[in-house]
Design a binder for this molecule. Structure first.
Ligand SMILES: NC(=O)NCCC(=O)O
Ligand SMILES: [Zn+2]
Ligand SMILES: [Zn+2]
Length: 511
């Protein structure tokens, strides 16, 4: 069956793509009635009234005119849409391009209750500005709101100048430094120091992929020499101590510069311990675990079928099972602050590039569609976190850290109407046969759980209901993220305390 497409000129969609063709028909006025409205700081039985994409009122028993569409949410949770702080849509990486683009990846996100994501821009030909323009172009097909972090992969005057322009004119307030991927994205300590200093001056958050890339390269050669060429070699070549070392180093350099630090995809106890130690000392360090690191373990990397094992190759690697438990515990008590996905999807054909050498398997797993369901199932259903905590770690904390709260991450008057309705008694099932990503596999294949996102509302429009997507190419908007978020409050005072604590230098007369 083929149907003609109303969304894209001259395009015929297969039945499987039908959802891509549906128009958004929701009225501009909407009332969500009778649900439990949950924010990070309180929950209440209330109605939510929305007009023109914005929340107008949150209170019990709101009365509306007949033309307003009413959604019954009784017995269900009404929560801020998820914000995924860590995605890589259409990322050029390891000689491939991640298969989910800004339309398919976002469609998947919306079907799973995520209404905004922050993607990492990779420089083009060494230029941050060129990279930004390329990503802005790719994102024109967006069907939900998005923002960008920028990767810094080298250092020169042009990079420093572009960082300033990106912050002051383009809505970027965070820069990622890769301490791994030697020979491609990796930077050394000198670049880290210069970059961190620039971040501090601009009020932008420094982020690190923390693994010792030199040691990883050495570990990889070791494995190849031993004849270990399969996906298990990926895990064996980059043990958790290398993640711990890089995390510790980045934390100390950030302290030396006195700038806040955000550690992306925390995958091990080793990295977690360093973050907790720093936070105990009063240092401003944010730790972001990702859903794969929280709910999976490394067992599949040893599967004798390459095509299965390769699906699980990502960096830092998915660790043995004690690590995921420790990360969940830390997230539940606020030692780690928010959860991302690192959604970076490569299909079977792309993964096959590393059939004879694990170093060539493109790194990355899916998760943008599954995060909200899995965190609910594993952490709320088990009683490990409250529903308010769920909202905090999947949405609010991200909006606060990246300085877009309460426009995003809250159900409050004047906030964007990015909302999900979750039925705690309905079940969900994950399979590549029905997911919305372009991936032909899913690392969570077969997972069946309880607590289903039944409705997703993006800027006041119902985009997911009755297991159907109603989305429109190009409707997503770029969200500018202003610099000097709350993590920068008081940083200058810490600087002056440090300066005044220095003893006056003693000038000795030469003999
Ligand atoms: N994580 C991963 O394996 N792929 C995406 C790139 C990155 O975040 O390091
Ligand atoms: Zn990374
Ligand atoms: Zn990533």
């Amino acid at each position: 069956l083929q149907i003609s497409c109303g969304m894209q000129e001259n395009r015929i969609c297969t039945a499987a793509e039908e959802w891509q063709c549906m128009d958004t028909t929701s009225s501009s006025k909407l009332l969500i009635k009778g649900g439990t409205v949950v924010n990070a700081d309180r929950q209440q039985l209330a109605d939510v009234y929305i007009e023109d994409g914005v929340i107008v009122a949150v209170q019990p028993n709101i009365q509306v005119a007949d033309e307003v569409r009413i959604l019954d949410a009784s017995g269900k949770y009404v929560m801020p849409g998820g914000i995924d702080p860590h995605t890589h849509l259409e990322m050029p990486f390891m000689g491939q391009t991640a298969i989910d683009d800004f339309f398919s990846g976002q469609a998947a996100a919306l079907a799973g209750g995520t209404t905004m994501h922050i993607d990492f821009v990779i420089p083009s030909n060494g230029s941050l500005a060129e990279g930004f323009e390329a990503y802005a172009k790719k994102a024109e097909k967006s069907c939900m709101d998005y923002a960008f972090h920028m990767a810094v992969t080298s250092w020169n005057e042009g990079v420093a100048r572009d960082m300033e322009i990106l912050v002051k004119e383009k809505g970027i307030n965070s820069f990622k430094f890769f301490m791994a991927y030697k020979g491609s994205l990796m930077v050394n300590d000198e670049v880290l120091l210069k970059g961190f200093k620039m971040c501090k001056d601009l009020g932008a958050l420094a982020q690190v992929h923390a693994e010792n890339g030199d040691a990883v390269a050495e570990g990889q050669s070791r494995m190849i020499k031993l004849g270990i060429t399969g996906p298990e070699g990926h895990a064996l070549s980059r043990p958790s101590m290398l993640e711990g070392e890089a995390t510790a180093r980045a934390i100390r350099l950030a302290k030396f510069v006195n700038t806040p630090l955000y550690v992306v995809h925390v995958m091990s106890i080793d990295a977690l311990d360093e973050i907790v130690r720093a936070r105990k000392s009063g240092q401003r360090v944010i730790g972001e675990p990702v859903v794969s690191g929280l709910v999976l373990d490394d067992s599949k990397l040893w599967d004798p079928d390459f095509m299965i094992a390769a699906q699980y190759v990502m960096s830092p690697p998915i660790r043995s099972s004690g690590h995921n438990q420790a990360l969940r515990a830390a997230l539940s008590t606020g030692l780690l602050q928010l959860v991302g996905t690192d959604h970076c999807s490569f299909n079977s054909t792309q993964k096959e590039a590393g059939l004879n050498d694990f170093r060539k398997i493109p790194n990355g797993v899916n998760g943008i569609e599954e995060r909200m369901h899995l965190i609910w199932d594993v952490m709320v259903n088990s009683g490990q976190i409250s529903v308010m905590d769920y909202v905090r770690i999947t949405s609010t904390a991200c909006a606060q850290i990246f300085n877009i709260y309460p426009r995003k991450g809250a159900i409050l008057p004047n906030s964007d109407a990015d909302i999900i309705i979750l039925n705690p008694n309905a079940t969900f099932q994950i399979t590549a046969k029905s997911h919305h990503s372009k991936m032909d596999t899913n690392v969570y294949e077969g997972w069946a759980g309880k607590g289903k996102v039944e409705v997703t509302i993006s800027r006041g429009k119902i985009v997911w209901e009755h297991d159907r997507l109603m989305i429109q190419r190009g409707s997503g908007q770029y969200i500018s993220m202003p610099p000097f978020g709350y993590l920068f409050d008081g940083i200058d005072k810490i600087d002056s305390t440090y300066l005044s604590s220095l003893k006056a230098p003693v000038y000795r007369r030469g003999i």
